[in-house]
Design a protein around this ligand. Structure first.
Ligand SMILES: Nc1ncnc2c1ncn2[C@@H]1O[C@H](COP(=O)(O)OP(=O)(O)OP(=O)(O)O)[C@@H](O)[C@H]1O
Ligand SMILES: [Mg+2]
Length: 400
C-alpha cells in the first residue's frame, strides 16, 4: 500500500513500525559492537597504585611496600610498559584483606537494596550500576537484578536485552511460579564481583502473571513477596543485592521494594520530578499498607533520597532542593550527583563513571560526579554495616 504524503509527513502503517524496529535493532547492535571494540565484550578498568591506595586508605609508598612483601597481588605493567596498574580482581583482593571491618560478618545475610522512583529518567539505572561497581571495588560480592523490561541495566553490562536475553533468563519464570529460586537466572558479568540477572522486554508480562496468580491461587499466594522468597538463597551467597526497577509502581516494583532492606530514590531537584516522587510514596503506602496488615510488618533499614543530575547553574534548583529537604528531611543524603554534560559522556552512556579509564575523566564535572559517587557508595556501605550489626545482634539474642 502506498503512503499518502501530507505536508511532508508520511502516514505510517503498523507493518512499517515492525520493519523500522528491525532496522533500529540492527543499528543498535552495530553501535554496541563499535563501542565495545576490539573485543565485543566490555572490559573492566585497571587501577593505578594511587587509586588502589585511596580505596584501602594507604599512600602509594605503603601500597608499594605491601606489594613488594608479596602478601597481596603486585599488579603488572600497563600495555605501554610505562606504569604499574592493578586488575579489578587484584583490587578486590586488597580490599577484602584491608577493609575487613566493612565487610559482611559471617553470620549475616546480604543487604538488599531497591533503586526506585516511578518517574522515568531520574538515573535509577545509572545509580544501580554505579553503586554495584563501587561496592564491588570495595570488596563486596554483588548481585544486580534488572527488573525493568527496558533492560537498560542489562545493556550497561554489555548485553543486548532483545538479542541476547530470553524470557527464561529473567525473573519471569519466578513470577510465573515455574521457578522458586533466582539461581537459574544468575550470570557472571565482565566486572569481577558483580553477577547479573538480566531483563528483556517480555518481562512486561509479569504485570499480568502476578495478579493472575493472585486470582487463581487465592490468599495463600502473596504477589508482593515472590522476589522476596526468590532471593532467599542469594542472600546467603552475596554481600549485597541491588535491584533496578522500572519507572512505574508496577507489581514488579512492589516486589522489589518488599524484598529490600533499603530503598534508594534518585531525585533530580526539579519541580516535576519532586511532584512525581510525592505521588510515588503516597501510592506505595496506599498499595502496601493493606498487604502488610495481612502479614507481618515491613521495616526498611534505610530509605535514601539521592539528589541526582543536579544542575547548579539552574536557578530553580536551590528552591526545589529546599522543598525536597522539607519533605524528606534526614532521608536526603548530604551530597549530590552533578549533572554531567552529555557531550562529555556520550560514549560513556554505555558505561558509568567507574568504567572510565584513569585520566580519561577529562572534565571537572565528571571528576566531581566520581567524587560524589564515591561518597554515596561509602555512605550506603556504612548503612549496610549498620544493618549487618543489627542482624548479628538479633541472631545472638535469638540464640541466648
Ligand atoms: N549525572 C548525570 N548527568 C547527566 N545525565 C545523566 C547523569 N546520570 C545519568 N544521566 C543520563 O540520564 C539518562 C537517564 O538515566 P537512567 O537511565 O539511569 O535513568 P532511569 O531512571 O533508570 O531511567 P528509566 O526510568 O527509563 O529507567 C541517561 O541518558 C543517563 O546517561
Ligand atoms: Mg532505568
Amino acid at each position: 500500500m502506498t503512503n499518502i504524503v501530507v505536508e511532508g509527513r508520511e502516514q505510517v502503517e503498523l507493518a512499517d513500525i515492525g520493519s523500522q524496529a528491525e532496522r533500529a535493532k540492527k543499528i543498535l547492535a552495530r553501535v554496541r559492537k563499535a563501542m565495545l571494540a576490539p573485543n565485543a565484550t566490555k572490559e573492566a578498568p585497571r587501577f593505578s597504585p594511587a587509586q588502589l591506595g585511596s580505596l584501602v586508605n594507604l599512600d602509594t609508598r605503603q601500597v608499594d611496600y605491601r606489594a613488594k612483601k608479596g602478601e597481596l597481588p603486585g599488579g603488572g605493567l600497563n600495555a605501554a610498559g610505562t606504569r604499574r596498574e592493578f586488575q579489578l580482581p587484584e583490587v578486590r583482593q586488597w580490599a577484602r584483606e584491608l577493609r575487613k571491618l566493612r565487610l559482611r560478618p559471617e553470620n549475616a545475610e546480604a543487604i538488599t537494596i531497591a533503586v526506585a522512583n516511578f518517574k522515568g529518567g531520574v538515573t535509577k539505572t545509572t545509580t544501580a550500576v554505579t553503586l554495584a561497581q563501587g561496592l564491588s571495588i570495595r570488596g563486596h560480592k554483588v548481585l544486580v537484578i534488572d527488573c525493568d523490561p527496558q533492560g537498560s541495566l542489562t545493556t550497561l553490562f554489555g548485553i543486548l536485552p532483545d538479542a541476547e536475553v530470553e524470557a527464561q533468563h529473567t525473573i519471569l519464570p519466578l513470577c510465573l511460579g515455574e521457578e522458586e529460586s533466582i539461581e537459574y537466572a544468575i550470570r557472571p558479568t565482565y566486572w569481577d564481583g558483580i553477577d547479573l540477572v538480566p531483563a528483556t522486554s517480555v518481562l512486561f508480562s509479569a504485570e499480568f502473571a502476578l495478579p493472575g496468580r493472585q486470582r487463581d491461587e487465592g490468599p495463600s499466594f502473596q504477589f508482593w513477596n515472590v522476589l522476596h522468597y526468590g532471593i532467599e538463597q542469594a542472600r546467603q551467597d552475596y554481600d549485597v543485592i541491588i535491584i533496578d526497577t522500572p519507572p512505574a509502581l508496577s507489581y514488579v516494583t512492589i516486589n522489589a521494594m518488599m524484598a529490600s532492606d533499603g530503598v534508594i530514590t534518585p531525585l533530580p531537584p526539579n519541580a516535576l520530578d519532586f511532584a512525581s516522587s510525592v505521588q510515588f510514596w503516597d501510592l506505595f503506602y496506599d498499595l502496601t499498607k493493606e498487604l502488610v496488615s495481612r502479614g507481618k510488618t515491613k521495616k526498611f533499614e534505610f530509605i535514601d533520597v539521592l539528589l541526582a543530575k543536579v544542575d547548579a547553574s539552574d536557578i530553580a534548583t536551590s528552591v526545589v532542593r529546599e522543598w525536597i529537604s522539607a519533605a524528606y528531611g534526614a532521608k536526603v543524603l548530604p551530597f549530590e550527583i552533578p549533572k554531567t554534560s552529555t557531550a562529555a559522556s556520550a560514549s560513556a552512556e554505555f558505561g558509568s563513571v567507574y568504567d572510565m579509564k584513569p585520566g580519561s575523566a577529562g572534565s571537572k564535572t565528571i571528576k566531581r560526579a566520581l567524587d560524589a559517587y564515591d561518597q554515596f557508595v561509602e555512605t550506603v556501605e556504612s548503612q549496610m554495616v549498620g544493618a549487618w550489626l543489627r542482624q548479628v545482634v538479633a541472631v545472638e539474642e535469638a540464640q541466648a
